[in-house]
Design a protein around this ligand. Sequence first.
Ligand code: KIV
Length: 271
Amino acid sequence: MYINPSAAQKPVSIVDLATMKQAGEKISCLTAYDASFSALLDKVGIDLMLVGDSLGMVIQGQPSTLPVTIEDMVYHCRCVTQARQRAFVMADLPFLSYATPARAVKNAAKLMQQGGVQMVKIEGVHPEIITLLVKQGVPVCGHLGLLPQSIHQLGAYKVCGREQVEANKILKDAQTLEQLGISALILECVPAQLAQIISGTLKIPVIGIGAGLDCDGQVLVLYDMLGISLGKRPRFSKNFMQQANSIEEAILHYHQAVKNRVFPTPEYSYS
Ligand code: KIV
């Protein structure tokens, strides 16, 4: 059995995440929305928690992430950070909450000052906004590939970057985001080979979801990997409850599978 040596150690910092990438240690990440799961994820040793706007779908039962407000996010961030002891916590800036630089700063302040998170996540490439946030001392995580906040432009949740032109654009966008000063990048639903190239090119940690085994870390929506999400589970998400006797064991199996590089297998990846 994998014994997590870091579970009892000091809180994970942004520097630790970068060091893990350099050392080749995979970063385990899950979404969290409340205090009980926050404490459980921490107990298991999950390195990074994401208070995702996926809460709109899995907690609120909305059809997409778009209805989630900054107030919703602050509430769930506070629930998570109050119970967290070790994991680094980041949160999504929800749809249109960073549409202008002023709004981005005001809402990042809410997530960090009221919600207690340590990094904010932004979908897509927004040079002016990211530059301003970074200048103000806000750690920013980028998000490329499938962008759920753009679902009405995309038309469907689908794999991104299969065509060469689109793959080149995602790689170029990732490099641009790194130059703008982001501290980590989420890559969602992209071919494993593209994610491997991006993870190998960037110095910052690249966390994949449906992006293959070669990212620097993995994230899943907690309720998907526990098999309790509403609707159809995405193909890239494995139900870890199927071979576990408890929720804690399922989360531990996921953590071990990420650390030991056995998740995601090709079955849960795209080519
Ligand atoms: O909101 C969320 O949970 C996310 C993950 C899909 C990465 O952004």
